[in-house]
Design a binder for this molecule. Structure first.
Ligand code: FAD
Ligand code: MLT
Ligand code: ZN
Length: 509
């Protein structure tokens, strides 16, 4: 039965309210094991922060923006899924590019390693130190600099929270081109540094396409000014793209210019129950053909993902239990036209049996409830104890193959194994939950999962990056020739290796 909620022809503003990202909400009381011990890493030959260094930082930043109190530093040492714990003794909070430049020039001179940190929502351990790297937090670099309402070009500092920027541009009839469950906490600088994908990449594309310009600081303190807001600029190498997805290993992003699409006048959400994965694929194909340019998201989650999230977080599921769920969204400019298209699609696919049950709504509060359920899958498994998280892309026909394979391989050793993700991008997230971190499960999962992804011609990281957790697996998706060039670039931009060491590049390339 399809349950139609309709909000009439009013302009629907999609309310991107921050939902579940309250740091520590899922935390178990125990501290995670130190990353260096858990993953057996040797400290590289960097300097150690001395009292004289702290005094220097205080002289350029002021006393309050140099944090050394152990309990205040602790949250900056632990990642969002409580998997990694570093041992940093100091957090610096610059407010300007000039301050970042002075800090880096000094650290480079003294061979002090630095870990850049945005909202600390990264899921691959890239945002927290491994040893005593200095944490460079961008939380105070949060100014919006300009917005061109005609071109949609927004210029802002790297530490702006995605949701705040989105709310700002919505007041000018624009939206940010990306959206993710971490929007209430992640920074736009972190988004660019991880090349974040998210819920509407299907419609608004990869960040590489939306990023108009960038200002970044090299390891030696040199400020690289590529902060243009032009849509077209073919003047030589596209240097801005070097920083997109480089996870703080090539430079520090301090400002960025991003293209904001127009705020859709009509937004509609459908949430459907589907019999099997084959039908999910058929439904996706049909949605693309029927909805065309207005399709803005096509997400899927299996039964275990939805029911465990609903149960663990006590969130309502508007449907009863189905083997698979699809969340489909449209962004358009004419509500009547869009509703007409969507209704035709629904009638057809209910008749065909691809949709077993569903709900369709344009009411902001109802849409929010459904998005909230989908976005909360990311953290809900933490309530089971510990999560192993995988974020891979796989050619779409084989998209779901790894989930049953892992269930079979792990048997009762896992509390749950579930899959969900951005099916339109071929990007599946596989979460394995256990009561607590367990080496046996870890070694059953890795490198097995990456070998399987490689056999399927997929990528070991679709959107979360490589960070601290995956350098040893990057070769499954990148050829040695490409890794060699990455190493050359790293040596050129950061010859002393002070920027986010132990991350992204394996030592043996
Ligand atoms: P951080 O976690 O602080 O840092 C991430 C990396 O970027 C680190 O390597 C850090 O050193 C580097 N970095 C941060 N800021 C800078 C800077 N200014 N200059 C240089 N380097 C910097 N990701 C997706 O792609 N799609 C999703 O749908 C998605 N959903 C998520 C949902 C939840 C609930 C959570 C917790 C995470 C999700 N993520 C998703 C992962 C994460 O939110 C993204 O990777 C995000 O872009 C990280 O931004 P951040 O500001 O938190 O960066
Ligand atoms: C998502 O799509 O929800 C995120 O990328 C986070 C996750 O993998 O859990
Ligand atoms: Zn995702």
């Amino acid at each position: 039965m399809i349950n139609m909620y309709n909000s009439g022809l009013s302009i629907v503003r999609y309310l991107a309210k921050s939902n579940i990202i309250v740091q520590g909400r899922y935390a178990s009381q125990a501290l995670p094991q130190l990353s260096s011990e858990k993953y057996d890493v040797k400290r590289k030959n960097f300097g150690t922060v001395q009292a004289a260094d702290i005094n220097y930082f205080k002289s350029i930043l002021s006393e309050q923006r140099v944090v050394t109190d152990e309990s205040d530093v602790l949250p900056f040492n632990i990642d969002w899924i409580k998997n990694c714990r570093g041992q940093s003794k100091v957090v610096l909070k610059p407010k300007t590019t000039e301050e970042v430049s002075k800090i880096l020039a000094y650290c480079n001179e003294k061979r002090l390693a630095v870990c850049p940190q945005g909202g600390n929502t990264g899921l691959v351990g890239g945002s927290v130190p491994v040893f005593d790297e200095i944490v460079l937090s961008f939380m105070l670099m949060n100014k919006i600099i300009s917005l061109d309402e005609i071109s949609g070009a927004l210029v802002c500092e790297a530490g702006c929270i995605l949701e705040n920027v989105d709310n700002y541009v919505r007041n000018h009839n624009l939206i940010m081109p990306l959206d993710l469950g971490a929007k209430g906490t992640c920074h736009v600088g972190g988004n660019v540094s991880t090349n974040a994908g998210g819920l509407r990449l299907l419609r608004y594309g990869n960040l590489h396409g939306s990023l108009l310009g960038i200002e970044a600081v090299k390891a030696d303190g040199t400020v690289i000014d590529c902060l243009r807001s032009l849509k077209k600029d073919n003047t030589g190498y596209h240097l801005k793209h070097l920083f997109v997805g480089s996870e703080g290993t090539l430079g520090i992003v301090t400002k960025l210019a991003i293209h904001c699409p127009v705020l859709p006048k009509a937004v509609t959400l459908g949430f459907f129950g589907v019999e099997n994965f084959d039908n999910v694929l058929k439904l996706y194909r049909s949605a693309k053909a029927s909805l065309g340019e207005i399709l803005s998201a096509f997400e899927m989650a299996d039964r275990e993902a939805i029911t465990s999230t609903s149960k663990n977080l006590k969130l309502p599921n508007p449907l009863s239990e189905y083997p698979f769920y699809v969340l489909l969204e449209t962004h358009g400019s004419d509500e009547e036209h869009d509703a007409d298209k969507l209704n035709r699609f629904l009638n057809k696919e209910m008749d065909s049996g691809l949709i077993l049950d569903g709900t369709v709504t344009s009411e902001p509060a109802k849409m929010q409830t459904i998005w909230n359920l989908r976005e909360s899958i990311a953290g809900a498994g933490l309530l089971d104890g510990y999560i192993f998280k995988y974020d891979v892309s796989i050619p779409i026909v084989k998209y779901y193959d790894l989930v049953p394979l892992l269930r079979q391989r792990l048997g009762s050793k896992a509390t749950r194994v579930y899959g969900y993700g951005h099916i339109g991008d071929g990007n599946i997230h596989i979460n394995v939950t256990v009561p607590e971190y367990n080496k046996e499960v870890s070694s059953l999962l890795e490198p097995f999962i990456f070998e399987e992804v490689s056999k399927l011609q997929g990528s070991v990281s679709a959107e979360h990056g490589i960070g601290f957790r995956k350098p040893q697996y990057i070769h499954y998706s990148k050829d040695r020739s490409a890794l060699g060039l990455m190493r050359d670039l790293k040596t050129l931009m950061d010859p002393n290796g002070i920027l986010n060491p132990y991350k992204v590049l394996p030592d043996d390339v």
